[in-house]
Design a protein around this ligand. Structure first.
Ligand code: THU
Length: 136
């Protein structure tokens, strides 16, 4: 049994996007990560007057999951009222890769869910296991 409902997760991410702090770009993003027990962790983009100090929604959601002690993050849904689909940026793909998040869910233009394996979005990626030979 999957630990999450794709449609519900997408709806949650749409809702949380309303709380984005995006006064500079006015591009709001919401993300909801779900762990193997079905617990969900929401995040939004949090911009900053020093533009480079802003944080993406996916990073906020993963931060919330890790902070709560989530064991294994299975999937993440990402939404924006300003773009459909709202694909994760390159940096966020790498953040998801660190935690082996298997599935990325975004909203298609017609409102339906698009489920994509992270491996399709970040092929031939670099991850924690690649560091295994270092420091010995
Ligand atoms: N943004 C995200 O939150 N996630 C992404 O994957 C792409 C971009 C945010 C960053 C910035 O606050 C705004 O969208 C415009 O780039």
């Amino acid at each position: 049994m999957p630990s999450f409902n794709t449609e519900e997760l997408l709806q949650e991410s749409k809702k949380v996007a309303e709380r984005a702090y995006a006064p500079y770009s006015e591009f709001r993003v919401g993300a909801v990560a779900v762990d193997e027990d079905g617990n969900s962790y929401a995040g939004v983009n949090v911009e900053n007057a020093a533009y480079g100090s802003g944080q993406c929604a996916e990073a906020s959601a993963i931060g919330a999951a890790v902070s709560a002690g989530a064991s294994r993050i299975k999937a993440i849904a990402i939404s924006s009222p300003n773009a459909a689909p709202c694909w994760p940026c390159g940096n966020c793909r790498q953040i998801l890769r660190e935690f082996d998040v298997a599935t990325v869910i975004v909203e298609a233009g017609d409102g339906s869910a698009i489920e994509t394996p992270l491996g399709d979005l970040l092929p031939n990626s670099f991850g924690p296991e690649d560091l295994a030979g270092a420091g010995s």
